[in-house]
Design a protein around this ligand. Structure first.
Ligand SMILES: [Zn+2]
Length: 427
């Protein structure tokens, strides 16, 4: 039953659960105010950002009741449109279940946006809950009939409230209705929690600043490098420096493509070359062949094509690597991997930028241990701001995090080693 609950069988699974486990079904109180969107704008906030002509409206084509929320986009360059639920008070570290009924013309997903106690949006920790595809897992056409998706997620450290949403970030139309958020059972965990440290883009500070801190704390890390940046000093590491990292401390070198371009608008043969040419360059210049990747900008879905439903970069990555990291926020659980065969190539992370506090990183590490989850920390520059302030972490904050990670006693593995561990526990 647990397995069924975590997959996306929609109404059927929910019905089976309700019959088989009436006590548990009755106990789950829906925390979302006005979940069927009947009072419309008094409880549901339309939100739009970026360059697009997106619009929102309350329509009568509802799943239940008289109203559903509809967002649509006709011309698109960037950003998204969505309806946001009223903020729901939650417990940081708690596990919650969420679901929604929807009709859509393109692939989108159900997410929870966390907010700190002072009301500030924690957009870097937005939680992916479940994909909302055009064709449901059971084969239903979700353009013409309402489909349901559900999932479980963990409230990130520092969050006081969340709003549920289905953001539309491409040309298309999405209707949503009958949202649910309730406290839920924790997903199936690992035998013990694991934390992976990943450092992106091959910035020179990975060698000049992070290296000694990692080595001193015996933290093996994964460096996702961009092959055309090798030797582009002083900003980026030389091939010799990356080779030194590759051969010490149990570190891993991962593939972050040849040139860091967004893969999603590219022809599939071109996107494939961005990975395979980087594989060749890393093999020739560093002496290792990566088994993992990270998508530039975390992007694996096309935002601008109307094909819908396709995870257009995932099949390419899957043909080359054993696992790849996205920038979808969240903890990773083997039960989720068992439920969705594409998730090893969409591994979720915890993005650390210049605004991330020491306390938040500490709490994320504590949660990985407590919930026996796989936590992937994503860093960019350490102690330098060559690429701008936003994705830089101070040397003292990085030192604090690595010392805490070491002293916490939580299992630390490179991204690739951890993927192997997690995939070995999905059965
Ligand atoms: Zn990058």
């Amino acid at each position: 039953m647990t397995y069924l609950y975590k997959t996306r069988f929609g109404a059927l699974a929910a019905l089976i659960l309700a019959v088989a486990l009436p006590a548990q079904a009755a106990a789950a109180t829906n925390l979302v105010p006005d979940p069927s969107m009947e009072t419309k704008a008094s409880n549901w906030l339309f939100s739009k950002w970026g360059v697009n002509n997106g619009a929102g409206a309350f329509v009568s084509d509802a799943h239940t009741g008289a109203a559903a929320g509809q967002v649509s986009i006709g011309t698109y360059t960037s950003g998204d449109v969505k309806y946001l639920s009223r903020p729901v008070a939650v417990t940081a570290g708690g596990t919650y279940s969420a679901s929604v009924w929807y009709k859509t013309s393109v692939l989108t997903d159900l997410e929870a946006m966390p907010y700190a106690a002072n009301g500030s949006e924690m957009s870097a920790q937005s939680q992916w809950i479940a994909d909302a595809p055009v064709t449901s897992a059971s084969g239903a056409n979700c353009q013409t009939t309402y489909c349901q998706v559900s999932g479980t997620f963990t409230i990130p450290a520092g969050a006081a409230t969340v709003r549920l949403m289905i953001p539309l970030a491409r040309i298309g139309t999405v209707k949503t209705d009958d949202y649910n958020l309730s406290t839920g059972a924790a997903p199936g965990g690992l035998s013990e929690g694991i934390v992976s440290v990943t450092i992106d883009d091959g910035w020179s500070s990975a060698y000049t600043k992070a290296r000694s801190i990692l080595n001193a704390n015996k933290i093996p890390a994964t460096f996702f490098v961009v092959s055309s940046f090798f030797g582009d000093t002083p900003d980026y590491m030389t091939a010799a420096q990356i080779k030194t990292l590759a051969n010490e401390n149990g570190n891993e070198i991962g593939n972050h493509t040849t040139d860091h371009s967004d893969l999603t608008p590219l022809r599939s043969t071109t996107a494939q070359r961005k990975f395979t040419d980087a594989q060749t360059a890393i093999k020739n210049q560093i002496g290792v062949t990566p088994t993992t990747c990270a998508y530039p900008y975390g992007a694996y879905n096309s935002a601008t094509t109307t094909e819908g439903g396709a995870l257009n970069v995932v099949p390419i990555a899957r043909s080359i690597f054993k696992a790849c990291r996205s920038t979808d926020g969240g903890f990773n659980y083997p039960s989720n991997f068992a439920a969705d065969s594409t998730l090893p190539w969409r591994v979720m992370d915890y993005n650390i930028d210049s605004t991330t506090t020491r306390a938040a990183v500490k709490q994320a590490i504590d949660q990985a241990k407590q919930f026996r989850a796989w936590l992937v920390l994503t860093y960019h520059e350490i102690g330098e701001t060559r690429g701008g302030d936003q994705y830089s972490t101070t040397t003292s904050d990085f030192t604090y995090a690595m010392q805490y990670l070491h002293s916490s006693g939580v299992k630390v593995q490179t991204f690739g080693a951890a993927a192997t561990t997690v995939l070995g526990q999905t059965g």
